[in-house]
Design a protein around this ligand. Structure first.
Ligand code: ASP
Length: 340
């Protein structure tokens, strides 16, 4: 029997084409996908398209994440897999958030997009789209989904979505997953790295949990960050901070800096430490500058990306209120976003 895939189009570069008359970029109509790409008929997949009013993903927000989760929930039984077309700029945020909001997932949810519009001759979108559909429909020998998790496909590699970061505004290979190897690599055939793929879908039935706390901030430290600005950010009514530190999780040991953070933590703000480096992890045991953070109760985000850490913080703060429970949840892997 043919697999069926729901293709949800949210916007972004992938959904544009050149108008032959004016030469400008205009929206591509995904409702006519088979006419535009007749070769899609050769895939043994029934594709149904659900186009949103397209947005540039710079305008994506938790409302979009919730809407996506709800659509996947409403259509979960009818389809074998889901492909979400999304602008590349914030694709790692949206897909990370979805990985936390979809519980006991047993079907693929594959995000993709493109750097060059799909209606432009040299587009990277055609291959990204076709292979994402193929992956969303793929089953193993037992008829189970090959990749039953939230993933991101781009330029021949399939990644765990909550491990990705957009690394280039120019290269076709726009995304990296430096702290977790690809779930699949695509050449002449699709090579799945089966031992790296999350399976089992947890214990219960598939469900969604769309509660998120928006009172969070990402604070990137830099030489020159001053006390007034730092205190203003910490005093703005937030409940959680993703602190982007240097190297292996280091930050200034100046008294005002540690003092401001300590006071914030005492006021009940949760602070998780992630590194500004695109590769490697936080280890607050190595340097005095990391130990100082650990002593005042900063939580290690280890090898989480900033995108995953902020989405996870929003999710965890909406579910836990005690600082100990928050710390425990932030340190624990919910869906493969932390640790190896
Ligand atoms: N600005 C676009 C977006 O994120 C870029 C893209 O899709 O590649 O929506």
């Amino acid at each position: 029997m043919k697999s069926s895939v729901l293709l949800i189009y949210t916007g972004g570069t992938i959904g544009m084409q050149t108008d032959p008359h004016s030469g400008t970029l205009v929206p591509f109509d995904f409702n006519h996908i088979y006419e535009e790409f007749p070769s899609l008929r050769r895939l043994a997949v029934n594709i149904e398209v659900l186009p949103f009013e397209p947005i540039d993903s710079s305008n994506a927000s938790p409302e979009l994440w919730v809407r996506l989760a709800e659509i996947i929930k409403e259509n979960y039984e009818r389809f074998d897999g889901f492909v979400v077309l999304h602008g590349t700029d914030t694709m790692s945020y949206t897909s990370s958030a979805l990985s936390f909001m979809l519980n006991n997932l047993e079907k693929p949810v594959v995000f993709t997009g493109s750097q060059i519009p799909i209606g432009v001759l040299r587009t990277d979108g055609r291959e990204n789209l076709i292979t994402a559909i193929e992956i969303a429909a793929a089953k193993d020998a037992k008829g189970m989904a090959m990749v039953p998790e939230v993933s991101l496909y781009f330029q021949n590699r399939l990644f765990r979505a909550n491990r990705t970061t957009k690394q280039s505004a120019e290269e076709l290979s726009a995304f990296v997953s430096n702290n977790y190897p690809p779930l699949a690599e695509v050449g002449v055939s699709i090579q799945y790295n089966e031992s790296l793929i999350l399976r089992g879908g947890g214990e219960g039935e598939f469900s969604i949990d769309t509660r998120l706390c928006g009172d969070v901030a990402i604070i990137k430290i830099f030489p020159g960050l001053n006390e007034r600005v730092f205190r203003a950010m910490l005093g703005s009514g937030i409940r959680g901070v993703v602190l982007e530190t240097y190297g292996a999780g280091n930050a200034p040991t100046k008294e005002w800096f540690i003092g401001a953070l300590r006071e914030a933590i005492e006021r009940g703000i949760s602070v998780v430490n992630v590194t500004q480096c695109s590769d490697g992890e936080v280890n607050m045991d190595i340097y005095e500058t990391g130990v100082a953070l650990q002593q005042i109760g900063v939580i290690s985000g280890r090898d989480m990306t900033t995108e995953a850490a902020v989405a996870k913080m929003m999710y965890v703060l909406a579910h836990e209120s005690g600082p100990k429970e928050i710390e425990l949840m932030m340190k624990k892997s919910i869906c493969g976003e932390i640790g190896r």
